[in-house]
Design a protein around this ligand. Sequence first.
Ligand code: NAD
Ligand code: ZN
Length: 367
Amino acid sequence: EPQTVPVGLGDRAYDIVIGAGLLDQAGDHIARVAPGAACAIVTDGNVARLQLPVLRHSLEARGIRSSVIVVEPGEGSKSFPVFQSVCEQILEARIERRDVVVALGGGVVGDLAGFAAASVRRGSRFVQIPTTLLAQVDSSVGGKTGINTAQGKNLVGAFYQPSLVLADVDALATLPLREFRAGYAEIVKYGLIDDFFFFEWLESNASAVFADRAARVEAISVSCRAKAKIVARDETEQGDRALLNLGHTFGHAFERLVHYDSARLVHGEGVAIGLVCALRFSARLGMCSLQEAERVERHLTRVGLPTRIRDIPGWRADADSVLDAMFQDKKVEKGALTFVLLRGIGRSFVAKGVDVDAARSFLKDEM
Ligand code: NAD
Ligand code: ZN
């Protein structure tokens, strides 16, 4: 049974539909939110090979005209040159404002296609069909779109909400295990932010989430509901939305310090290590117990995720370079370190003005 999570954003409200076999029914869903529209499907080479045929067939069966724009897999496609080419191909395909740009793929395709949808003709309809676990629980929800520049990641983009998100758990069947685990780290994050019972549920059901559809649909739905709730409260990150950065201030710094080399560290792995850092740092500051940090670490280890800085292959940075990498982050206010910390599992909060020396000495001891 598919589950529907509504994202309450007034006149831009939309649904996230989560279930099995949804690629097969995509034509029906798209016709519902955009009757009579044509589609430009943006995807990457891997997903085009593995998942695109089912989607095209479903659109054809519904009589929906579609064209396909394929980009190279990988973060490199979130760039100005690829963005330009995607926009031009969307225009070439005669996509009008009421037509639909469909993102079929992981977070890279979603961010790139979403920004193109926001830009072409000052905004065409946009549908997300996320095919990685990370994209299903995180990047396809919330409306952040964009590309990278020489100055950093995600620095050019727009808030642009889709008309529909279709998360087909069957698409995950072809996803490499390492990518699946990386997405799982983001699921654990939602438990840590404000849902202790979900974290407990994950402790009992992790193997099912890795193995079967029903548990996957459940874990993805709870995650989307958690993100949708925060996004509806704070769409453009003036306040609460910052909680979603739990584990990310550390994690982004690690990614930056390995130069985004995905052979060494993928985003979700950085997040897993970052979550444990956030908990251990909170314990160090006397805000939560070390037992809780260890409990989360045990869970992440059990599913095969790295949890410590020293787990990063070839790591050689020192505490100060980690701090520098964290300060560079656009999410850190100048002069004061802002962290998302925890009073316990499910009890996160935004801590402003955290002492730099405390952070430095914590990092020294972690490495
Ligand atoms: P990705 O899009 O690069 O996908 C990872 C790899 O999996 C790629 O090689 C892709 O080709 C492949 N793949 C995708 N679906 C597949 C499938 N079903 N079967 C087999 N292979 C498949 O990476 P990602 O982890 O999905 O997303 C990371 C990106 O998301 C980053 O650019 C990050 O900045 C962005 N992001 C955005 C938000 C947001 O709110 N917009 C949030 C988190 C992350
Ligand atoms: Zn993340």
